[in-house]
Design a binder for this molecule. Structure first.
Ligand SMILES: Nc1ncnc2c1ncn2[C@@H]1O[C@H](COP(=O)(O)OP(=O)(O)OP(=O)(O)O)[C@@H](O)[C@H]1O
Ligand SMILES: [Mg+2]
Length: 204
């Protein structure tokens, strides 16, 4: 699905504008890097696109339509810190199957082991936990994926495994995707194009 941001503007209550007049369009199948210095509002923009925050100005459209705010959100966001994204009081099988039931082939692709299912989130490493967050985000109703520093905290092998799995699914389903990363090489390798948030916005 095509995602569009039209004239987006955002500020936290009582703070100056982070960005205004942001327009962007990402086509199905397009993988787009999002760059800007730290603190410029990349994560805030991602949260708006995925429905965690409401824009102060403008709107987000999927295939030309506003996103229905009820039920499963078709734009899924994967954060840098998986431990903040899961309920610490749920065992992993409940965390995993909250929104949909991933099949065994996806679990294998992501290297999720059966034995982890009966553990609590704090009994897994960051990389193991992030695999669950990725699986959870890739439900059949997901139309667009945002990876905000998805593998920044992980070692090279885990990074490569997770990216391999994500890209396989994204390509197979012709999904669009935004990649936020400070790792220039990763962005250059993965993305069809790169948007510089500091170049497409006015902060006044
Ligand atoms: N809930 C909040 N209330 C007030 N200010 C906030 C809130 N969340 C973030 N900010 C501020 O908004 C600005 C943008 O934050 P954001 O996390 O979007 O930046 P970022 O571009 O993702 O940075 P980084 O590259 O470090 O991840 C920062 O100055 C941050 O301190
Ligand atoms: Mg950020």
């Amino acid at each position: 699905m095509k995602i569009e941001a039209k004239n987006l503007g955002f500020r936290y209550d009582g703070y100056p504008w982070l960005f205004r007049n942001v327009d962007l369009t990402i086509q199905p199948g397009e993988i787009v890097g999002l760059k800007a210095p730290s603190g410029y509002g990349k994560t805030s923009l991602c949260k708006i696109l995925a429905g965690y925050e409401k824009p102060v100005e403008g709107e987000v459209l999927l295939n030309g339509e506003p996103i229905n705010s009820k039920g499963f959100h078709p734009v899924q966001l994967i954060f840098q810190h998986p431990e903040k994204a899961v309920n610490p009081r749920w065992k992993m099988d409940k965390v995993l199957n909250e929104g949909w039931r991933p099949d065994q082939s996806l679990l294998d692709l992501l290297g999720i082991e059966k034995e982890w299912m009966t553990r609590w989130p704090n009994e897994l490493s960051g990389g193991e936990l992030q695999r669950f967050c990725v699986a959870r985000a890739l439900g059949p109703d997901t139309k667009f994926l945002i990876a905000d520093e998805m593998t920044t905290m992980l070692d090279a092998i885990t990074q490569a495994q997770i990216w391999h799995a994500v890209l396989e699914i994204v390509r197979e389903r012709n999904m669009g995707m935004i990649v936020v990363s400070h790792e220039e090489k990763l962005v250059q390798r993965l993305c069809h194009r790169v948007i510089n948030l500091d170049e497409i916005t006015s902060r006044m």
